[in-house]
Design a protein around this ligand. Structure first.
Ligand code: SAH
Length: 350
């Protein structure tokens, strides 16, 4: 007789791990009742370590130039319709100034892999931000770079790095990316980042094309082994000017289920309720928090470029000023009994 899925969830909570066949069974056997049970336990774990606090990260999307051609992404190199922009140092610092006033103590600099931003340029920007805001954490999310480059950026003041592994399975990876990109390289970057001393975030899209429960099981095993400080997951959402224009988007339901599982597997990890989750459902981020997430990442990018950082269709908050986003999220979190806090919000998963 196979173990009942509820028992698997109980065991996951006790042991914080499952075997690959168990992960597959749990993920493919999920039901609404099982999900409710999972979220209850996930919330308990979240409250044990992080209470009802929700950390905020100010996201600054500083360039949408990209040398890569990921099949799912709207700012891929071959999308000739993307309107390209990059912010200069002064504009980035003005986003930080605005963010600091609004209570942000973490800035996330995210962008495509833009060769314009050499180590020298990024080092200069990092030093300037650190000088003005020494009490803030800086997160970089600018894709794959060499060990030496990661090290130089770390030494210049970057505290954290977000690099989703996207999918652990090499053959699935190759169906989402051109041959120049490899799952093993991406994963090596994550190990490098950890070794250098960054607080590291990885993650994947739920419901990406060709994804199976087995792939998700491999993602869970990989994440367990990496033991990152943060895990960012969100649904894959179609972008109409990509090779995946006619694929199906991921679902709220699967994303929430995976958030709950991640909370039980790594109880102290930082888990964002992402913008993509808020995009597929108007209450997506609230439901994410209720499934075990504890971070939100409102946008601090200047409103005039917001719509051009278009990774997927119908992205929310592209017309709102940062202050409006911050207020809106505060209200949303309060409506479910949680509160946004002004703190760096370092991970307890160390
Ligand atoms: N260039 C950086 C940042 C990439 S954008 C890097 O390589 O890490 C951040 C994340 O957005 C990606 O890692 C990917 O998981 C997600 N993303 C990209 N396109 C998406 C889409 N169509 N739907 C949902 N998420 C997407």
């Amino acid at each position: 007789m196979t173990t009942d899925n509820r028992q698997l969830i109980n065991r996951l909570k006790e042991q914080q791990s499952l075997t690959k066949p168990e992960w597959i069974q749990l993920i493919s056997g999920r039901t609404p009742e099982l999900a409710e049970y999972l979220f209850l336990l996930a919330r308990e774990e979240r409250h044990r370590y992080y209470g009802h606090d929700v950390y905020v990260r100010g996201l600054i999307e500083f360039t949408n130039y990209c040398r890569n051609d990921c099949f799912y992404c709207g700012i891929r190199k071959s999308n000739g319709k993307a309107v390209r922009y990059r912010l200069d140092e002064e504009e980035i610092l003005s986003c930080c100034q605005n963010g600091y006033r609004l209570g942000f103590r973490t800035f996330v600099l995210q962008g495509g892999e833009d060769a314009y931003f050499t180590d020298e340029k990024l080092v200069h920007i990092l030093r300037s931000i650190k000088k003005l805001y020494p009490d803030c954490a800086i997160t970089l999310s600018v894709g794959e770079r060499s060990y030496d480059s990661f090290k130089r950026l770390f030494d210049a003041g970057a505290d954290r790095y977000l690099l989703r592994h996207e999918t652990c399975n090499a053959s699935h990876y190759s169906r989402l990316h051109p041959p120049s990109l490899r799952a093993s390289t991406r994963q090596q970057c994550l190990w490098d980042l950890k070794e250098i001393g960054y607080q590291v975030g990885t993650g994947f899209m739920t419901g990406s094309p060709y994804q199976t429960a087995e792939h998700l099981a491999e993602d869970m095993l990989f994440i367990k082994k990496l033991n990152p400080h943060m895990v960012g997951i969100g649904p894959f959402i179609v972008h109409h000017d990509t090779p995946f224009a006619d694929k199906c988007s991921g679902t709220l339901e699967l994303t929430l289920f995976m958030l709950g599982l991640l909370r039980l597997m790594l109880p102290k990890v930082l888990l964002p309720a992402t913008t993509a989750l808020g995009t597929i459902d108007s209450k997506g981020r609230e439901l994410g928090i209720l499934a075990g997430a504890n971070v939100v990442m409102p946008n601090l990018s200047p409103v005039n470029v917001r719509k051009d950082y278009s990774l997927y269709d119908n992205k929310i908050c592209t017309g709102d000023e940062a202050a409006e986003c911050r207020k809106c999220l505060e209200k949303r979190m309060e409506s479910i009994g949680y509160r946004i806090v002004t703190a760096r919000g370092d991970s307890l998963n160390v």
